[in-house]
Design a protein around this ligand. Structure first.
Ligand SMILES: Nc1ncnc2c1ncn2[C@@H]1O[C@H](COP(=O)(O)OP(=O)(O)OP(=O)(O)O)[C@@H](O)[C@H]1O
Ligand SMILES: [Mg+2]
Length: 227
């Protein structure tokens, strides 16, 4: 699905240079569930943002579905991104002024899908994540766990091939965190590629492979034993 080759990201401000990613090599197959772990500041979010085309590398190659996208413009990246990649963030990132249903539907507006089909797809995905009974609520009227279910629905409603999740359970209590993990697991079983940053070893256990970062380097990769 994707391959990073000698990929680096350097942030430069006036005097300071921060090497957030230092010559990373990672390959992720279609259908994989990969966890990314490591201490605060080691480059996890930077990596996820580059993989998700929200940010560009300073050097190196990024091959996504057989195309080297490392030098692509923002407009080219956003075109690939909206058709292939869904995001889930720690802070849910829902739009406060829109209802649950509208928040999810927003992810389909780019796709040139007729309104009636959009409604049908949103209804189906709301059912799937168990939020249909709150369709007309505003995000502020939902619990954290419910808000994250809406975010999961928004990430998958466009049939995205890959979901990127940056500490998706970071703001949830353990019961709601586990619910979100089970949703990700079932999406992965249906074929969605998942790359998830987490600080929780228990949640990393849902992944087949864990990539450990330290100081912008990949230090180890662990494969979970087959069950
Ligand atoms: N926009 C930016 N400008 C300058 N430096 C940045 C920027 N974004 C991140 N960095 C630096 O890059 C390094 C990696 O940051 P990153 O956010 O990827 O860490 P992280 O592993 O996600 O940490 P956390 O677990 O705290 O979320 C850090 O040293 C950070 O200070
Ligand atoms: Mg981070």
């Amino acid at each position: 699905m994707l391959k990073l080759h000698n990929l680096s990201k350097v942030y430069r401000s006036d005097e300071v240079e921060t090497v957030a990613l230092n010559s990373i090599n990672i390959e992720i197959e279609q259908g994989e569930f990969v966890a990314i772990m490591g201490p605060s500041g080691c480059g996890k979010s930077t990596l996820l943002n580059i993989v998700g085309m929200l940010d560009s590398p300073s050097s190196g190659e990024y091959i996504f579905m057989d195309e080297d996208v490392a030098g692509y413009s923002e407009a080219q990246l956003s075109e690939i991104r909206k058709h292939n990649i869904g995001f889930i963030f720690q802070s849910f990132n829902l739009i406060d002024e829109l209802t649950v249903e509208e928040n999810i539907e927003l992810a389909l507006l780019y796709h040139n899908i007729p309104a009636s089909e959009r409604k049908a797809r949103v209804a189906k995905v709301m059912d799937k994540v168990g939020i249909a009974h709150r369709a007309s609520h505003m995000p502020s009227q939902l619990s954290g766990g419910q808000q994250q279910r809406v975010a999961v629905a928004r990430a998958v409603v466009g049939d995205q091939a890959m979901i990127l999740a940056d500490e998706p359970t970071g703001n949830l209590d353990s019961a709601h965190g586990q619910e979100v993990m089970e949703m990700l697991q079932s999406l992965n079983e249906e074929g969605t590629t998942i790359v998830m940053v987490t600080h929780s070893p228990a949640h990393a256990d849902y992944a087949r492979r864990t990539i450990n970062l330290f100081d912008g380097h990949v230090v180890t990769e662990n494969l979970r034993a087959a069950e």
